[in-house]
Design a protein around this ligand. Structure first.
Ligand SMILES: [Zn+2]
Length: 311
């Protein structure tokens, strides 16, 4: 997902200088209230990986305020308000666009436009042939009623950092979930935690291609406690195929972590050779559990699922 701006790139140092209140003049030697000079700020920026979530957290209220007043904003203006170069703003807008699509909200990033009043080519959340209708939807939506979905990143946190925290201290999962408060972000964090817990391998077949690995809840999201929505012990890392088979109840796990193929979930199906290889052959095999005992599927989660499947 790309969000490409078309405004001419400007001096990358200017936004930082402007943030410090020095848009012109002898900026490299000027300092802010902490005594840090513009050059020192830039050194910090260069040495730290850029946190697009933190930028999205600051961009969100700027965009929703524009929506409330029925106005657009140019890539250059938004970049200046965020204290960044306009070029990488597409990454920030990509995060916001993804959230709006996932959360089925109006396409907020439609408001970020180039000099001709149109969003850049990275904007895919609405039909660009019918922009007026998209603007209307965004202007009419009560954004003030929704929390900022990137609030978790306000202190510089990232989904990776939250997932690492859960893996290290699973007893604090409920508090971590409380900071997230957004289903899509929680799902990202849950998957990252499972990728670590399972060493990036499908626990059923061993497939290790990360883009094909997904996070499956054992107790489904809607019935899970806050902690169980992000805890590896209520999940399995599965390849896309085995995730679909797990969700449809054709594959499941027992308390001893043996895989069970439930042919009864697919009555009348003619099991061909490929089906037998990828599915039936797993029956009775032991899944590869996480090495850390705390992340193995909990008895409570497995019992909850068994009861649900029996119904
Ligand atoms: Zn698999």
């Amino acid at each position: 997902m790309r969000h490409r701006e078309t405004t001419a790139p400007s001096n990358p140092i200017l936004p930082v200088a402007e943030q410090l209140g020095h848009g012109n003049g002898d900026w490299p030697h000027l300092s802010d209230s902490s005594g840090r000079t513009v050059v020192q700020h830039l050194m910090v920026a260069v040495n730290q990986p850029v946190n697009q979530y933190e930028r999205a957290c600051r961009a969100w209220p700027i965009l929703t305020a524009r929506a409330a007043t029925g106005k657009t904003i140019t890539y250059g203006d938004l970049a200046m308000q965020l204290g960044m170069h306009p070029r990488p703003i597409r990454f920030v807008l990509g995060k916001i666009q993804e959230r709006c699509l996932d959360d089925k909200k109006p396409p907020l990033t439609i408001l970020v436009v180039n000099q001709s009043g149109r969003p850049g080519t990275g904007f895919i959340a609405w039909d660009v042939e019918n922009l007026p209708e998209g603007f209307k939807k965004v202007f009419a939506y009560p954004w003030a009623d929704d929390p900022n979905p990137f609030a978790f990143a306000g202190d510089g946190s990232t989904p990776e950092a939250l997932a690492a925290h859960i893996v290290r201290r699973p007893q604090e999962a409920s508090a971590v979930y409380g900071r997230i408060q957004n289903r899509g972000v929680a799902q990202i964090v849950f998957r990252l935690a499972l990728l670590t817990a399972y060493g990036q391998r499908c626990t059923f077949c061993g497939l290790s291609i990360e883009s094909a690995l997904e996070a499956a809840h054992i107790i489904p999201w809607s019935q899970a406690s806050h902690a169980d929505r992000v805890l590896p012990s209520n999940g399995l890392l599965l390849c896309a195929t085995h995730h679909a088979l797990f969700d449809s109840g054709i594959l499941t796990i027992r308390r001893d972590h043996k895989i069970e193929c439930r042919k009864q979930a697919l009555p009348g199906h003619r099991w061909n050779q490929a089906d037998r290889q990828a599915v039936v052959a797993l029956h009775g095999q032991t899944m590869s559990p996480p090495t850390d005992q705390r992340h193995r599927p909990s008895d409570a989660a497995i019992a909850h699922r068994a009861k649900r499947l029996r119904r």
